[in-house]
Design a binder for this molecule. Structure first.
Ligand code: NAG
Ligand code: NAG
Ligand code: NAG
Ligand code: NAG
Length: 384
């Protein structure tokens, strides 16, 4: 539709009824907002500002859908397992230790929704809300949210935020901004993207361990306790050890899957298999690729660039086969999201940094009046 047509349609509606911003743009007949550019097509819904589908070219020239999600859009808010599929959790992602923090000398209690800690700000997190679409073109879409004071327990002061997703030439760009006009409050955001670069079409495995992973600037990582909360200690992965993805490029993600410590490497007293932790990005040049995930089967390679100081990797240990795949994914005998069959990659600041002044990240995680929060990442897709 031409912009002028859109404008007059919006104007005509405005005369009849007071309209809210979100009614200016509507999704396509499939219920999704679609943006595309050469080599890439991305689709979104308002719920959680969620990416539902991401199509890129595989080595055979086919368009494959490399992120997790559901065909049934009504299932996103209902899914009891709610894995935060490709959405923006907020206003403070990841964990807040012991469900409390201190800011400017005052203690705030947050919601205990994760075994004594707070996860993704609690049960009214941004990934469970319907965002407003505030801009939409064939190559880009912006979602906005206004988060009222204390709508997540202990998160005081209104926060306004927007995420703009755009695509250019096989690249998915993500830019998030936020402001906190009323008072200082914790703000830490991410795009919680889940990948399987084979779209579950590899007949020999649907596990993620055959993918390769390279984190060229991330030999250091945060030690975590059994509940995936950082202990405060920063460790260095020795070459070849379970948490090493730095010492040589493009080793299999599952390079240590036969190590006895692999079971339990992400806690839960031995039950969490693989990874659910945070890797620091040290001394990366501006615009450097900080993570490369690839799959020899599909030939798809995904390069992450980000302005964030580290990356959460979660290898889907808690997926239990209850989630169904989209029709764009899977094979006749692979139709479910089984344990360790995907990886969530979340560029973000240090988890629980508001409670760890020794890391020096506290001020970066507090947003106040007259400041703007900025977060920027991109994924570029190519072939191995
Ligand atoms: C986010 O909020 C929803 C809705 O209240 C809740 O069901 C879900 O458990 C919350 N997420 C987390 C990680 O707590
Ligand atoms: C969407 O916009 C309307 C009208 O401005 C507002 O009332 C509503 O709170 C907004 N939704 C979100 C999630 O911010
Ligand atoms: C925040 O909300 C809780 C209830 O969810 C309430 O007990 C508390 O007093 C509120 N805090 C403020 C500062 O309004
Ligand atoms: C698109 O990306 C490819 C691969 O990175 C590059 O070779 C090509 O020049 C780019 N095209 C444009 C129009 O930027």
């Amino acid at each position: 539709m031409k912009l002028s047509t859109l404008f007059f349609a919006a104007l005509a509606e405005a005369i009849v009824l007071p309209r809210t911003e979100e009614t200016t743009f509507s999704p396509g007949p499939d219920g999704k907002y679609t943006i595309s550019a050469p080599g890439i097509k991305a689709q979104f819904i308002e719920y959680g500002a969620t990416l539902t589908n991401l199509f890129v070219k595989d080595k055979n020239g086919n368009d494959i859908d490399v992120v997790l999600g559901y065909d049934d859009l009504d299932w996103y808010p209902k899914d009891p397992g709610h894995p935060v599929y490709n959405s923006i959790p907020g206003r403070y992602v990841n964990r807040i230790g012991k469900a409390k923090y201190t800011l400017d000398g005052k203690e705030y209690i947050t919601q205990d929704n994760d075994g004594g800690n707070t996860l993704h700000s609690g049960t009214n997190n941004w990934s469970f809300r319907y965002w407003n679409v505030t801009a939409f073109t064939p190559e880009s879409i912006t979602f906005s949210i206004s988060d009222a004071s204390n709508s997540s327990l202990g998160m005081l002061g209104r926060v306004d935020s927007s995420v703009t997703y755009s695509v250019t030439n096989s690249t998915w760009n993500i830019k998030i901004t936020a402001s906190s006009p009323e008072q200082r409050t914790p703000v830490m955001l991410t795009q919680h993207t889940y990948f399987n670069l084979d779209a579950y079409k590899n007949p020999s495995t649907d596990l993620i361990w055959d993918h390769t992973l390279y984190l060229p600037y991330s030999s250091r990582y945060l030690e975590a306790d059994q509940g995936a909360l950082p202990t405060g200690k920063i460790l260095t992965a020795s070459p070849g050890s379970i948490n090493d993805f730095t010492s040589s490029p493009n080793v299999p993600f599952g390079h240590s899957k036969n190590d006895p410590k692999f079971q339990g490497n992400c806690g839960a007293n031995g039950v969490c298999e693989g990874y659910n932790g945070y890797w620091l990005i040290d001394d990366a040049p501006k615009d450097a690729v900080v993570l490369t995930l690839a799959s020899p089967f599909s030939g798809v390679k995904a390069d992450l660039r980000t302005d964030q100081p580290g990356i959460v990797l979660y290898s889907c240990s808690w997926m239990d086969g209850s989630a169904v795949l989209k029709k764009t994914q899977g094979l006749s005998d692979k139709q479910r999201v089984v344990k360790s069959s995907c990886v969530a990659v979340e560029a973000q600041d240090y988890p629980d940094g508001i409670n760890r002044p020794e890391w020096g990240r506290t001020e970066a995680q507090i947003l106040g009046p007259d400041e703007t929060y900025n977060w920027e990442s991109s994924w570029t897709f190519s072939l191995l």
